[in-house]
Design a protein around this ligand. Sequence first.
Ligand SMILES: [Zn+2]
Length: 323
Amino acid sequence: MALLCGVDLGGTKIQAVVVDDRHQLLGEARVPTPTAGGPPDVVAAIAGAVREAAAAAGVEPGALTAIGVGSPGAIDERAGTVSTARNLPGWEGTFAMRDALEAELGAPVTLGNDVNVATDAEFELGAASEFRSLLGVFWGTGVGGGIVLDGQPWTGRGAAGEIGHVVVEVGGAKCPCGRRGCMEAYAGRGAMEQRARRLADEGRKTVLFRIMEERGRPRLTSGIWKRALDRDDELAHELVDRAVRALGAGVASVVNVLDVEAVVIGGGLGLKLGEPYAERIRGAMQPHLFVSDRPPAIRLAALGDLGGASGAALLAARRLTPA
Ligand SMILES: [Zn+2]
């Protein structure tokens, strides 16, 4: 029996799962992503998460058949490197993560892009398993996208699916990527927080930052946005509505090009706000759909928080049995 380990390397946490070859969960672990240091510190934290998940499954890390890691940044699968992972500490350059992890853990490691592996997981095991084509939209700090066409992941020349940087307003708001008018400049949680802070500084009333302080958080997490909406905070509603409009325009534009059967909405904010907001995104897409009488199915990601790690385990499995 193969023992597969999947790791989701996120900006705030690292999740690891150990599964068997029928994808039954045997063990899992979650550790915080280091906020200081550099790639070697992140590798040490990943190794720690893998050891913990293996221990929970009752095996040594060296007994793992294969390990898959979904990572942010630009991935060179062949070279086993991760470059410009801006959400990770000290990761502006290129780092040979695969070799470092293999040396540390004694098992073969495969790397993939975090959003692509999460999309793949929803396609194989989750909300879109009955479809042949899919757009994954991961609405969190940024807005990531993954594409499956004709049953196969489409990664282009390595950078496909950057749906957050679809332009929804020419010359519009400044995006964290440095360009203007990207969907992420309106819908990314990072950009939403910046705007909320500016408006609060200008005197707009909001409970967002009070909730943040009460809960001892350094940032406006998805949970804080949800709480502020539940309390009917006007500014929170205004910024989330603006995000939904941008998502509607951006996602519909991509659907007009790819004509996928389904769109799966995931990510921290997507999952936290849930079905009512998936429904709103559906509504916001409608006026922009060229073939408006045949919209794609819009589903909420079914694997939730563990989707990334499950997808990384699939990545490990795929390396064992190349197509
Ligand atoms: Zn951008």
